[in-house]
Write a protein that binds this ligand. Structure first.
Ligand code: PEP
Length: 252
């Protein structure tokens, strides 16, 4: 009922030639990936237009790593939702922990970005997750609830059904430490319950919750088999064809 989504967050990597080569490899190997799994790449802004043209009509979807919430205007350096749609994007990340930490994204900014994305017809992937201190202080459930409440309440059920969540424990991002299947499943179960309380059973059953944090093909098998894990948001391992496709085919 919820097809797995394997999303590659390229972060601030890849010049044009490298990006073209990576996409060529993914497109060439995509047939190995079971048909019911969906593939998504999230390149930097500079590559969106040309890679959008490259993946158009293929089974690889395109998304961006951030957006400005306004449609247009005097916001030097901003990239709006309609611009991302124009470049061929269907998805956009909102609230990645690196945006929260290095760019101060929180509160009203995230609230507006989710709405700006939806207004432009994009599907936001809303990221949330606790840091190590919060986990060690046994505050994970409270942190997830607070981050959920920062941006999602007030959406209609139809709007929420367009959103994907990504549980990304900060201590697992880029560190080589992955959440155990038990830790990940527990966090995803909490998020699913929150969806159900806020938006009803039907929406909770439809919304995908991705896991992110040092996903590799070896640990993806156990994670993707869990009932509340509906895919992976992959950073480092999405920068090489073999490791990205290894995750996309894991356990199939
Ligand atoms: C990420 O940045 O979303 C991420 C999960 O990175 P990594 O896979 O490198 O931990």
């Amino acid at each position: 009922m919820r097809p797995l989504l394997i999303a590659g967050n390229w972060k601030m990597h890849m010049l044009r030639e490298e990006g073209q080569a990576l996409v060529a490899g993914i497109l060439a190997g995509a047939a190995q990936v079971p048909a019911e799994r969906e593939l998504l790449i999230l390149p930097p802004f500079t590559l969106l237009v040309e890679l959008g043209a490259r993946v158009a009509g293929s089974r690889v979807d395109l998304g961006a790593q951030d957006l400005h919430w306004e449609e247009s205007g005097a916001f030097t350096s901003g990239i709006s939702g309609p611009m991302l749609r124009d470049a061929g994007c269907r998805y956009v990340l909102v609230g990645h922990s690196e945006r929260r930490e290095h760019f101060g994204d929180s509160g009203v900014v995230l609230w507006n970005k989710v709405r700006g994305a939806l207004k432009a017809g994009l599907r936001p992937i809303y990221c949330l997750g606790e840091n190590l201190d919060q986990r060690e202080a046994d505050r994970t459930a409270d942190v997830l609830a607070a981050q959920f409440n920062e941006a999602l309440p007030g959406l209609s059920r139809e709007e929420m059904a367009q959103v994907t969540l990504a549980y990304e424990p900060v201590w697992a991002i880029g560190t080589g430490r992955t959440a155990t299947p038990e830790i990940a499943q527990e966090a995803h179960r909490l998020l699913r319950r929150r969806l159900s309380e806020g938006f009803g059973e039907e929406v909770a059953a439809r919304v995908r919750i991705l896991y992110g944090g040092s996903v590799k093909s070896e640990n993806a098998v156990g994670l993707l088999a869990l009932p509340d894990i509906d895919g992976a948001l992959v950073g480092g391992a999405s920068l090489r064809v073999e490791s990205f496709l290894g995750i996309a085919t894991a356990g199939a």
